[in-house]
Design a protein around this ligand. Sequence first.
Ligand SMILES: C[S@@+](CC[C@H](N)C(=O)[O-])C[C@H]1O[C@@H](n2cnc3c(N)ncnc32)[C@H](O)[C@@H]1O
Length: 261
Amino acid sequence: MADWSDVGDAYAASFAALCAGAVDALLDEAAARTTGRVLLDVGTGPGTVAAAAAARGWDAAGVDAEESMLAAARRLHPGLSFSLGRLPRLGIDADAADAVTANFVLNHVPDARESARELARVAKPDGVVVATIWYGVTSPLRPMWDAMLDAVGLDRPADRTLPAEKDFGRDADGVAAMLREGGLDGVRAEIVAWDYAFDPAELWAGVEGGVATVGCIYRAQDAATRARMAQAYDRVTSERAGADGRVTVPHRAVLVSGRPG
Ligand SMILES: C[S@@+](CC[C@H](N)C(=O)[O-])C[C@H]1O[C@@H](n2cnc3c(N)ncnc32)[C@H](O)[C@@H]1O
């Protein structure tokens, strides 16, 4: 599992924009499946979903397992409430929200089924759980990171995988089955797709800040190797950039929803 400790500001300034690509679809699904207006966003990070929900008129709040994420969320969205909570035991009363959302969170917990069950417990009986998980097992950014690591001669550590009994398919059928096995009813899943267009300097701030596997690799290097990684990144991204200097990488996610069983 990724280590999210102390990366709140770096994540907010970089990878948060990537995960934001699924937010409209996630909130559309929540609105389509409940008439209630109370939304709890779990694994809220810097509060992107909670803030977008509030802008749509939801009474929204967020929880996250990491203090630095909560600090970023509170700084960016001072009008909203953010509190500490770690799946699979959030420490929140049952039936607390009409919509319980988790944007790219169930792919970061050791037991997604148990965590889905907890999301359902927190949702009202006529409420809905809506989650996203990346489609496929490797990130579309991976070729870019691999080109950078190859240029520096660095090996990528083996991917951390879940034990077979905790794993699930990273497609619509696999994610839907995981949610059903977590006890949810009326499960439906679809693929959402968007183009992630980023300013290379913005994403690099996340790497320097230690976000994601590539950020952990960067942080483990000495100063000279870090400098070579930065040079390789500049070259790899400039090869891929459009006329506006931004790099565009298509992404896909599974959007899944279900009702408490
Ligand atoms: C990829 S980020 C997504 C953040 C946010 N949902 C977004 O859309 O930008 C994953 C988030 O899940 C949080 N997280 C990881 N494990 C968690 C757990 N067991 N319980 C609650 N949050 C967790 C991390 O701290 C991080 O904020």
